[in-house]
Design a protein around this ligand. Structure first.
Ligand SMILES: Cc1cc2nc3c(=O)[nH]c(=O)nc-3n(C[C@H](O)[C@H](O)[C@H](O)COP(=O)(O)OP(=O)(O)OC[C@H]3O[C@@H](n4cnc5c(N)ncnc54)[C@H](O)[C@@H]3O)c2cc1C
Length: 450
């Protein structure tokens, strides 16, 4: 090791960096994990407003087609439980409240036709884009020059279908249709197996929750690292030369043969690289989405008595999607509703005082679930855009031009630098699954190179 601090420096102790560290250690490499925050888990975190109630402030669910994260949970002994889905879902659209079952809301026949056309059109697009190399797909440049909003306009979709896609996009990407490259959105959906997989509860991305919260995966991965994990150690600069890599941190300089940068592209762009990265590899045009999660805790999940699942879509918001995230266990315990406030709604909510934010979100819950929703006993919110070491959530998104500009540099190592973080995965980017895959892939490449 010739006086180096480690064989490999891993920058970022989110699920991706920690998955990389685990695979590297299993391959016999000496790793040092450098994490800016005072905790591990990055975009996963848990809050306990009271005993027995754990709130997943960030990433929460996993699903049956997410093979690596499902296997990891099993290997680490983190039990899963099914997302509560019994009962009818709600749709608030154009001032009307409707009940429905499954993923497709019950709307008028014309809207239903339009929604079917929207789904088919988007599905067709997603299948035409290669998730491994979207920038090399046919018509990539043309698709990357358009936004999702342009596409909706060109196809003359009706107002309601557009409203439903906007609602979905605010939670899936924390972004408005105007902010998303069409190529990026199509590749993202394709990499998950289709838009339905992103939105479905049963069988889709919202199938299971994890006991102790999703952050439990990162906590368990961090345990065996001991002193090899350095918290409160942000990396400001990364230098590379023929000898190896050196990371500059407030605690001094650390050296290794190679480094895995396990950060979303906009945060990686905040590191001073020497020599500077080529323009294509910088990722600085990617932007973090804006997503706030709001939680209301009640004496019981009262909506279940009305035959409701707690799942709702609303075009009025500010929470445009809600779920029942009550603690698992026998009936009689507390009930918890989570509301997702994304995109423009999240930016508007952030401008209000805390009491007004709570009142606005609870008003929305009451329109959906009745006046009992106003009587929350506990309240919590997490605005990810205000988190210095995330800068937003749930994922870094590519505006027009950004995906074709970065191209293969999104994933390919550069000299002694390897890239991880969920955004770099070719399957389920943006999700816990993508984080594990990107970390494991980077570790595999590093081990082959060492
Ligand atoms: C509100 C929300 C809801 C979500 N819901 C789901 C869901 O239900 N299911 C799902 O699968 N996914 C969900 N996600 C996405 C999921 O949480 C992420 O895909 C995943 O956690 C990303 O892991 P990561 O390791 O790639 O990145 P991160 O978790 O962002 O890890 C990066 C780490 O790097 C650290 N860092 C940043 N800069 C530096 C630096 N300069 N030096 C050192 N360290 C640095 C950060 O502190 C962080 O710990 C959600 C995310 C959010 C925020």
């Amino acid at each position: 090791m010739s006086g180096r601090d480690a064989d490999v420096l891993v920058v970022g102790a989110g699920l991706s960096g920690l998955s990389a560290a685990r695979a590297l250690a299993a391959g016999g490499a000496r790793v040092l994990v450098l994490e800016a925050r005072e905790r591990v888990g990055g975009r996963t975190a848990i809050a306990h407003p009271r005993e027995g109630v754990g709130l997943d402030l960030g990433g929460t669910w996993i699903g049956p087609t997410q093979e690596r994260v499902v296997a990891l949970a099993r290997e680490l002994g983190v039990p899963t439980f099914a997302q509560h889905g019994e009962g009818e879902n709600l749709l608030e659209l154009d001032g009307r409240l409707r009940r429905y079952r499954g993923t497709i809301p019950r709307v008028g026949p014309l809207t239903l036709l339009d929604l079917g056309r929207l789904q088919a059109g988007f599905g067709h697009l997603a299948r035409r884009v290669d998730p491994e190399a979207p920038w090399a797909s046919r018509h990539a440049a043309a698709l990357d020059s358009l936004t999702v909003a342009d596409w909706l306009r060109r196809r003359r979709h009706g107002r309601r279908a557009r409203a439903l896609l906007t609602i979905a996009g605010r939670t899936v990407w924390g972004s408005e249709p105007e902010e998303l490259s069409l190529l990026y959105a199509a590749a993202y959906a394709g990499a998950a197996g289709g838009m339905e997989a992103l939105l479905d509860t049963e069988g889709g991305a919202q199938h299971w929750r994890l006991e102790g919260g999703a952050v439990e995966l990162s906590r368990r991965l961090a345990e065996p690292l001991g002193d090899a994990l350095r918290l409160e150690t942000p990396v400001h600069a990364l230098r590379r030369d023929a000898d190896g890599v050196r990371a500059e941190t407030p605690a001094g300089t650390l050296s290794a043969e190679r480094a895995v940068v396990a950060l979303p592209p906009p945060l990686a762009a905040g590191i001073a690289f020497e020599p500077a990265l080529p323009a294509a590899a910088r990722g600085e045009t990617w932007r973090m989405g804006t997503l706030t999660k709001c939680f209301a805790v009640y004496p019981e999940p009262f909506w279940r008595r009305d035959g409701l699942s707690g799942e709702a879509l609303s075009d009025r918001g500010p929470a445009t999607i809600t779920f029942d995230v009550s603690p698992p266990g026998p009936p009689g315990g507390p009930g918890v509703l989570v509301g997702f406030v994304g995109g423009d709604d999240a930016r508007a909510l952030a401008r209000l005082e805390p009491a007004a934010r709570r009142a606005r979100v609870l008003d929305g819950f009451a329109r959906l679930f009745g006046p009992a929703a106003l009587r929350a006993e506990d309240w919590a919110e997490q605005a990810w855009a205000a988190e210095r070491w995330s800068g937003g959530a749930p994922v870094a998104v590519a505006p027009p031009g950004a995906l074709t500009a970065i191209g293969p540099a999104l994933r390919e190592p550069l000299d002694r630098l390897h890239w991880a973080g969920t955004e770099r995965s070719a399957r389920w980017p943006g999700y816990l699954e993508g984080a594990v895959r990107a970390g494991e892939r980077a570790a595999h490449d590093v081990l082959a190179a060492l």
